[in-house]
Design a protein around this ligand. Structure first.
Ligand code: FES
Length: 153
């Protein structure tokens, strides 16, 4: 047997449904924003994009990386940790030197001379509100350099 729904009940149910959906959306939005803020808190802010010049390397000791900006605007966040035994590499005009066992790396972090056998790790770079954010908690291991590793604004 079909139940009759009068107009007043129908409108009440429709309004309650719309209000429920709106409340659910607001709750979802609050959780989404909290997750987004937490994620950004884990990223290292290197500063505003326009503060960096092309063809330069910028050290971030507290983030344990060098931010390299190349001629074409591509960027790499290169770990300061040598891939041989973990000493801290020093930047020079051509790339990086390791003071411990004399490994050298080019400006992209690729090995020029051993004992290190693989390129310096990199960190992923993202941009938000004109700022450069580096994911310093998740180093990316790599054998060598290729252009796909560069990040562009
Ligand atoms: S730790 Fe860098 S060459 Fe050994």
């Amino acid at each position: 047997m079909r139940k009759k729904i009068n107009r007043r009940n129908f409108i009440k149910k429709a309004i309650l449904t719309v209000i429920s959906l709106e409340i659910a959306y607001l709750i979802f939005d609050v959780f989404k924003n909290k997750a987004s803020k937490k994620q950004n808190k884990d990223l290292f802010s290197a500063g505003k994009i326009n503060a960096f010049e092309k063809n330069k390397m910028y050290p971030f000791n507290s983030g344990k990386f060098y931010l390299s900006v190349f001629d074409d605007g591509g960027m790499l966040a290169i770990s300061i940790k040598c891939t041989h035994l973990g000493c801290i590499v020093q930047a020079n005009d051509k790339g990086f030197d390791c003071p411990c066992h004399a490994s050298t790396f080019d400006k992209h972090g690729e090995v020029l001379s051993p004992p290190a056998t693989r390129a310096l790790d990199i960190f992923s770079i993202t941009f938000e509100n004109g700022e450069i954010l580096v994911d310093i908690n998740n180093p990316i291991r790599r054998k060598g350099f290729d252009k796909s590793q560069l990040t562009y604004v």
